[in-house]
Design a protein around this ligand. Structure first.
Ligand SMILES: *[C@@H]1O[C@H](CO)[C@@H](O)[C@H](O)[C@H]1NC(C)=O
Ligand SMILES: *[C@@H]1O[C@H](CO)[C@@H](O)[C@H](O)[C@H]1NC(C)=O
Ligand SMILES: *[C@@H]1O[C@H](CO)[C@@H](O)[C@H](O)[C@H]1NC(C)=O
Ligand SMILES: *[C@@H]1O[C@H](CO)[C@@H](O)[C@H](O)[C@H]1NC(C)=O
Length: 455
């Protein structure tokens, strides 16, 4: 994700006045009604996608949407199939994801290098992880498989664990020439933690659990404090200051990514360890209350929604809190009765916002007004989609694993080759010759990047 000013949004005014009678119908007690609403919203979301059109590139959303958000969008369509059983969007989803895997099959396509963050890569990896967990139909055999893609993202990121400052953690950016290289953002670290826990659960390979623990221990380290002792989850911290200057903005997706990761760890532990994870899950869950509008159970993006300055990325964050709260109920069933009222009332409120745009069913940003607020876009659609379809969670099976019906083929070595290795792997004498070549390649990269800008 990129830093940028709040550009998009406000199509408001006249448009707003011209419509609103129609709107999306939703009866949260009816599975059919939820499915119909989800389909309408998913179609509205895909109206923004031109990857299938002549001249379009599969897997990319047009500007102002960044690459990562398309990965997130395909994740929401994997969820759509999981919840509804409707395979209408499966082919588009599979084609879009597979087109963006990159030469090392780890979601690092060269076209994205000029702004590729660990979080961006992770959102695609998490989509692949979900596909494996819910038995989304496998790609053709000659293509990379869901589990292997998720492992590839994990493996390439584990190599980037950085102890040059801050005692550990992942940087935001992968390449040193990108803005944000010195920022350790929580979503990058949270996605890594979440992915590690889920890969551990799927494969029962202890290495993933050890990494999940290491990653968790780092963010809660009092000197780091990305996850505070009251379980508030903050935005990030700068490694130029050895991570002593915390940026205390709270985003809903950060809370969500830790909630599901911790719940998965609870699911996979026993005894005292499990008690420890239970307390963490409970603490994280309690702390999500800041993302529900005062006195209601309706989700809102507290850091930007009240002032109406959520940027393009931030408009989609509620999608992931909704997605991961629902998934949490499957792995830590004791959270179910706490979580469902939030998902139910958020869904009902979100539906009331879906009465805008040309179709009269486009969703808005604010779910707390009882009407469409004049804003629209992929993030608005995705957030409403995830929170509404999540209400089908009781009708579906929880995540599978290798030993409970999983059908996706993995590859333990995926993502461990390729030029991304150079950024953190310790350089041995044997590697030095290669390193010179890689430095030269990196220069070409930088010059290439400049060339793009000039053009
Ligand atoms: C990369 O960009 C080129 C030029 O626009 C395009 O032809 C190609 O399909 C893109 N690849 C991906 C994976 O997006
Ligand atoms: C940097 O931060 C880490 C983690 O908090 C700490 O262990 C280390 O001592 C710090 N280094 C310096 C030079 O302050
Ligand atoms: C762990 O998660 C699986 C998958 O959802 C579920 O079937 C199982 O009951 C959970 N374990 C516990 C102890 O709740
Ligand atoms: C466990 O996972 C790690 C990390 O992906 C991998 O390096 C290792 O080979 C795996 N072990 C087995 C036995 O598959």
């Amino acid at each position: 994700m990129r830093v940028r000013t709040a550009v998009q949004g406000a199509l408001c005014g006249a448009l707003f006045a011209a419509q609103s009678a129609s709107g999306l119908q939703l009866d949260i007690s009816s599975a059919n009604s939820i499915k119909q609403a989800a389909k309408t919203i998913a179609n509205g979301m895909l109206n923004y996608y031109n990857g299938e059109d002549p001249g379009g590139i599969p897997g990319l959303l047009p500007p102002p949407y960044y690459w990562w958000e398309a990965g997130a969008m395909f994740g929401s369509l994997i969820d759509y199939w999981y919840y509804t059983g409707d395979d209408t969007f499966n082919r588009v989803t599979t084609d879009g994801i597979l087109f963006q895997v990159g030469p090392d099959y780890n979601f690092m396509p060269p076209n994205q290098s000029k702004s590729l963050g660990n979080d961006d890569q992770a959102f695609w990896g998490l989509a692949a992880m979900s596909a494996a967990e819910v038995k989304f139909p496998n790609p053709p055999e000659d293509q990379p498989q869901w589990l292997a893609l998720a492992q590839a993202v994990f493996n390439s990121q584990a190599l980037r664990w950085n102890t040059e400052a801050c005692g550990g953690g992942l940087k935001w950016q992968i390449y040193s020439f990108n803005v944000g290289y010195n920022y350790r953002n929580t979503i990058s670290n949270g996605c890594f933690f979440n992915l590690a826990a889920r890969l551990g659960a799927y494969t029962q390979n202890e290495t993933f659990f050890r990494w999940a623990e290491r990653s968790w221990d780092w963010v809660v380290e009092p000197s780091i404090g990305l996850v505070a002792d009251n379980y508030r989850v903050y935005d990030g911290t700068h490694d130029t200051a050895n991570c002593t200057n915390l940026v205390r903005v709270q985003w809903s997706y950060n809370a969500g990514v830790y909630l599901l990761g911790a719940a998965t760890m609870w699911n996979q532990t026993t005894g005292a360890d499990q008690e420890m994870w239970r307390a963490r899950v409970q603490g994280l869950l309690d702390a999500t209350i800041v993302f529900f509008y005062k006195g209601t159970n309706v989700m809102f993006e507290v850091a930007c929604e009240p002032r109406g300055n959520c940027n393009v990325d931030q408009r989609s964050f509620k999608a992931y809190l909704g997605r991961w709260m629902a998934a949490t109920t499957k792995v830590a069933p004791w959270t179910h009765d706490t979580i469902m009222p939030f998902l139910q009332q958020s869904a009902t409120a979100a539906a009331t916002s879906c009465s805008g745009g040309d179709s009269g069913t486009e969703c808005g940003m604010r779910w707390t007004t009882g009407n469409w607020d004049g804003q629209l876009g992929v993030g608005e659609q995705m957030s409403a989609l995830e929170v509404i379809q999540s209400n089908l969670i009781d009708n579906v099976q929880g995540p599978v694993s290798n030993s409970t019906g999983g059908i996706s083929t993995g590859d333990s070595n995926a993502g461990t080759t390729g030029d991304d290795l150079i950024y953190t792997a310790p350089i041995t004498t044997g590697d030095r010759a290669g390193a010179g070549i890689i430095t030269a390649m990196l220069l070409v990269f930088i010059v290439g990047g400049a060339w793009w800008m000039v053009r």
